[in-house]
Ligand binder design. Structure first.
Ligand code: C2E
Ligand code: CA
Ligand code: CA
Ligand code: CA
Length: 282
């Protein structure tokens, strides 16, 4: 038995030990992952529903672990947040994604609306001292059109410190990024205070979208969210569009954009390149 505190005796628990033994090496491996070029960025298409035209992509991080295989963010983002490594990983994704977006603009015809790239931002990243400066320099370096970079933040993130979040988000917008509220419909989501934040886009979570057929109330909620977002002057991206029926329903209620397996899974930069070349030569 192991003593913990003055009055508690804890019986040794082998499961706990395994967890700890797993976590520590994983953390040091994650620390090396960038240098070892094990971090990649995939891009999932986002389609404008009215025209069925490709509008942009969401950048999604992956870790190609040498023995565990390709890890999804759920498997390592919590660890990355805890250890602070998310800052470095996040900067890498931002810079890769914006660099990719600049190449897309060179491939596609100039009369076409420039494709945007939407990047997830975590709490440690948003609230750090030089986030605004980092984005400003990145946008200056890549010289992409205004609105090309969209930053996705969640409601719980901005609620950590609403006053400071408003300030940072306003600066980011000044420098040309646009802002999306991610995972809407999952937490205590309430659109009522959303006008306090300078979001351009609401991303409705897949839990409100793809089972619109098996829950009587879901379509009503979805429709109300879209209507209210529009009244607040915001556009809507629906996540988890998996079927043509999902897409048709969303289009019928005026939702601007759809993202999900129906339009395409997250793909490599190389596959995006091939897709855009096909579009350009069409
Ligand atoms: P998210 O921002 O909500 O991203 C959407 C997730 O839904 C992605 O999972 C995507 O692959 C998945 N998805 C897309 N279409 C469909 C669909 O039709 N049906 C279903 N069931 N799922 C769909 P992924 O790539 O595993 O990412 C998971 C989460 O990890 C993301 O959720 C985001 O919160 C986080 N994440 C990903 N990349 C980054 C990053 O670069 N930085 C940070 N901070 N977080 C990231
Ligand atoms: Ca997201
Ligand atoms: Ca989301
Ligand atoms: Ca669902």
């Amino acid at each position: 038995a192991k003593r913990r505190g003055a009055d508690r005796i804890e019986i040794f628990n082998p499961a706990m030990r395994t967890e700890e033994e797993n976590r520590l090496p994983l953390e040091s491996e994650l620390r090396m992952a960038l240098q070892r070029q094990q971090i990649s960025v995939l891009y999932q298409p986002i389609t404008r529903l009215a025209s069925n035209q490709l509008a942009g992509f969401e950048a999604l991080m992956r870790w190609d672990h040498p023995t565990r295989g390709r890890l999804s963010p759920q498997d390592f983002i919590p660890l990355a947040e805890e250890s602070g490594l998310i800052v470095e990983l996040g900067s890498y994704v931002l810079s890769q994604a914006l660099d990719e977006a600049a190449t897309w603009h060179r491939v596609l015809p100039r009369d076409r609306d420039p494709l945007f790239v939407s990047v997830n931002v975590s709490s440690r990243q948003l609230f750090r001292q030089d986030m605004v400066q980092e984005i400003r320099l990145l946008l200056a370096r890549e010289q992409v059109a205004r609105g090309t970079l969209k930053l996705e933040v969640t409601e719980s993130l901005v609620m950590e410190n609403p006053e400071r979040a408003v300030e940072i988000l306003t600066w980011l917008k000044t420098y040309g990024a646009s802002l999306a509220l991610d995972d809407f419909g999952t937490g205590y989501s309430s659109l009522s205070y959303l006008h306090r934040f300078p979001f351009d886009i609401i991303k409705v979570d897949k839990s409100l979208v793809h089972d619109s057929s098996d829950n009587d109330q879901t379509p009503l909620i979805l429709r109300s969210v879209v209507t209210l977002a529009h009244e607040l002057g915001k556009e809507v991206v629906a996540e988890g569009v998996e079927t043509q029926a999902d897409a048709n329903y969303l289009r019928s209620i005026g939702c601007e954009f759809g993202q999900g397996f129906y339009y395409g899974e997250p793909m490599s930069a190389r596959d995006v390149g091939a897709l855009l070349n096909a579009l350009a030569n069409h």
